[in-house]
Structure formats: C-alpha cells, structure tokens
Design a protein around this ligand. Structure first.
Ligand code: JFZ
Length: 454
C-alpha cells in the first residue's frame, strides 16, 4: 500500500477511535467539576425565554365553539380530543409570519441570553422534521420548514444559546405515550417501553444531533410520568451525543439532572448547593390561548427577575406564539419594556450571584458580582434606604439608571453593626432603581446580617 494512503487510513482510524472514545462519556463519568463547567454560561445568563409553540395554537383554547379551561397546550387532554381529530390541526398550521431572526432579536433586546423552545410537547407533535414519525411540522403541515434550524441559525448569528424542551413521557398521539388522567382514545394504548425506544429516544437523538455542536444548550425534560430508572436509561445514552448539554430535574427515574425547576413560583430562599430556574408565564398559559388576557405587568416581571437573581436562580419567562408564528402583542410590549430596564441595569443581573444579606430593611433586593454589590430599591423611603451589616468600605456608589453619584453615610447601630444609608436619587426608576456599590476591598458582611445567607 502506498505510504500516503496508509497514512490516510491511520488518520481515519484514529479519528474514528477518538469519536468513539468521546461518545463513551456517560452519566457515571460526570463530576461536580464537569457540572460546574457545563453550567457556567447558564449561571452567567440568569435570564432566558421559554417558547411554547405547536399546533395547539390553532384551536388557541377553543374546541367545538367552547372555551376549554386549563393550559392552551393541554387542550387535547382537557377536551379529550380523539387522536385523529386533534391531528387535523396540523393541516391548518401554516405559520407564515414566523421570523426566527425577529424572535431571537426580541429575546436578545430583552436581555435574555438563552431560548428554550418546545421541540415536542405532550401532544406528540414534533416541531422539527423527524424521520421517526410523520406527525411533524415538515411532513404534516403546509409550512414544510424547520423552525428549529432557522432558530439555531438566528441564535448563532445573534449570540443566543438555543435549547430544546422535550416531553419524554407524555405523548397523547403515539401509542404507548403516557397521558395525565389516563388514555381517552384506544389509539393511545400501547407499550410505553416501545414508545420510549421507538419514538422518544430516537427523536431526542435527532434534536441532539441536528442543530449544531453546542445545540441544545439545555435539554429540558418534562413531566416524568411512569418513568422508572430503567425507562430513563432508554433515553440517557442519547446525551452522549452532547456531553455539554445541561439537563433539568424532570427526566424521572431518580435522575436529578443539573438544575431544579420551580414552576410559576419563586422559592422563598435560594439554594446554595443546587442550581435552579423558575419558569413562568406572562399570563396564565404556556401555549397560546386567544382569550387569556391575565397579563402580568412589566413591573412584576422585572421585580420577579430581580428577586430570582438575588436568590441565585435563573428566570425562564414564557411566550406562547400564535398559529401564524407571531408573539402576542402583549408579550412583545413586555419584552420591549423589560429590555428598556435591562439596557441600563443588566449588569446587576447577568453574571451575578445571590445576595450576601439575610434580609433587607427596605422594599428591594441585592445582587452581587464579586466585590461589587447591586442594591435594588423598588420603593424609596424619603429618608433613604439603610443597608446593615456591610463591613467593607465603599469605593463608589452610582445609580445605574442615569449614572449619577449616590449620596451615602455610614454609621453604627446600637450594637455597633455598620449601617450604610443611601439617599434617594434625583430621578428614581418606578420599577427598580439600582445602586452599584464598588467596594474598596473584599466583601465582608457582619455575621448577624449574613446568617440566613448560609
Ligand atoms: C408542565 C407541562 O405540563 C406544561 O404544559 C408546561 O410545559 C410546563 C412548563 O411544564 O407543567 C407542569 C409540570 C409540573 C408540574 C405542574 C405543571 N408540577 O410538578 O406540579
């Protein structure tokens, strides 16, 4: 054999072995250091966009002329719509207004750093071309595009991390998929192990393999119904395709994943030993409902973000796009207003860690980045706000909304604990005025003030 072709063969063998070797990474190889490395970008991000999009946006909460209670994306289950009947919505789903670049820009302008979109929700409809099942956006709708690919390109171009939600256990279309409340159509009956092996695992493989070297950033499992350890291990090997992918605590079978997922709620206190992300709707539904008008105010949404960041968590805020492929105008408005606040105050959120203070004597929060503190004041008392327990001297104090210097005085209380009083600004921000305290040394907090922070 000529030396050049032999050398080429050797290189091919080495490449194949290295690929096999890298694919050998498994859950049991994982370590805390690996997990910290995987989570680094996610911990920096603090704020992401959840997108619940699917053919449930076609009925948009109404079936046979009746408004169906519950979540928009649950309409098939809530109204016990037969499988073949519900599948007809696919032929009506043609989101010609969908523009991936616009979606990503709205998220980016809002100060969000990652997007988690439903690749397949409980209804079993894949929002990507799937060789595993024809019940997907490419084969079953007039749209004939791959929104996940268009989003992966737009995210790469705009520096946004793209992640996928996948409902691994509940699947109300394919035989054997689990269904909360039990099956209501014989077409749903079948072996769950067969469903996991022939539908869920191969589809997870598709979304892990087909959208870029670091996509998905997060694989967001959901509702681990009837998931045993053995069943979870039907899906786990797929993760070897993307050892950097972060996973949540909703796979089932006792697998904790990398972070916890309080839903529609903000924990009273953070967790110093476990990453966590609050996911929340802007109104009351994840998937679009035409008549859900119970929108949270921008003030509430920003203060939620601040509260979560002050406890060391992430905020995954949801938008449910319409069947035409547009964000509801109320969502667009809120994302824009959040972005106006984040434009001036984003450094008090991105890359921060939990407050070092157990509690505060004013209506606000505190976030931290190393030896800088961010004092968030929701409402200013006329006499200013008092921050007790900060031992470290202040290097500078600045209002982030207008860059003006903050006036402050330092004293000790009756027990001698240090008290910093910050006077109100000339122009406060009605949502949250942030004072950036650059410390003149390493952060030191009096024990009493920091006791609950442990
Ligand atoms: C699940 C989904 O059913 C829902 O459609 C949406 O995708 C949401 C983000 O996740 O909803 C849940 C999941 C878990 C609980 C409640 C609703 N729970 O643990 O109580």
């Amino acid at each position: 054999m000529k030396s050049r072709s032999f050398a080429g063969l050797v290189i091919l063998v080495i490449m194949a072995l290295s690929m096999f070797a890298s694919a050998a990474f498994a859950a049991e190889d994982d370590t805390k250091a690996w997990q910290d490395e995987r989570l680094q970008w996610w911990n920096e991000a603090r704020f992401g966009l959840f997108i619940h999009w699917g053919i449930y946006a076609v009925p948009a909460g109404t079936y046979k002329g009746k408004q169906i209670g519950g979540l928009g994306e649950w309409i098939m289950n809530s109204a016990k719509i037969p499988v073949a009947e519900y599948a007809k919505y696919a032929a009506q789903f043609n989101p010609v207004k969908f523009n991936a670049e616009e979606w990503v820009k709205m998220a980016k302008d809002a100060g969000m750093k990652y997007i988690v979109i439903t690749a397949k929700h409980h209804d079993g409809f894949a929002m990507f071309p799937s060789k595993v099942s024809p019940f997907n956006i490419y084969d079953a709708t007039p749209f004939k595009r791959d929104p996940l690919r268009e989003l992966s390109r737009a995210c790469r171009a705009q520096g946004m991390k793209l992640s996928f939600y996948y409902s691994q256990a509940q699947d109300w279309h394919h035989a054997g998929g689990a269904a909360a409340g039990g099956h209501w159509d014989k077409a749903q009956d079948g072996s769950m192990d067969k469903y996991l092996t022939e539908i869920a695992a191969p589809q997870v493989g598709e979304i892990l393999a087909n959208y870029g070297p670091r996509v998905p950033g997060v694989l967001w499992w959901d509702t681990p119904m009837d998931m045993t350890k053995e069943r979870a291990e039907i899906l786990l090997p797929q993760l070897k395709l993307k050892p950097f992918a972060i996973t949540n605590n909703r796979l089932g079978g006792g697998y904790a994943g990398d972070f916890d997922t309080p839903e529609q709620t903000i924990p009273a206190a953070g967790n110093k030993h476990r990453a966590w992300e609050t996911c929340m709707t802007m109104n009351d539904t994840w998937g679009y409902k035409s008549y859900d008008t119970n929108w949270k105010s921008t003030t509430t949404l920003v203060r939620n973000l601040v509260d979560i960041a002050s406890k060391g968590g992430n905020y995954l805020l949801n938008v449910g796009p319409t069947a035409k492929g547009e964000f509801p105008k109320e969502s667009v408005k809120r994302l824009k207003e959040i972005g106006q606040w984040m434009e001036k105050n984003g450094k008090a959120i991105h890359g921060t860690t939990a407050s070092p203070f157990a509690n505060l004597s004013f209506n606000g929060r505190c976030t931290r980045r190393g030896d800088s503190l961010y004092v968030h004041v929701f409402e200013w008392p006329r006499e200013g706000v008092k921050l007790s327990g900060l031992v470290t001297p202040i290097g500078s104090a600045t209002f982030l909304n207008d860059g003006s210097k903050a006036e402050y005085t330092r004293a000790g209380d009756a027990e001698g604990a240090p008290i910093l009083t910050i006077m109100p600004p000339a122009h406060s921000d009605p949502i949250d005025t942030v004072v950036e305290l650059i410390l003149a040394g390493p952060l030191e907090v009096a024990p009493a003030a920091g006791e609950k922070a442990k």
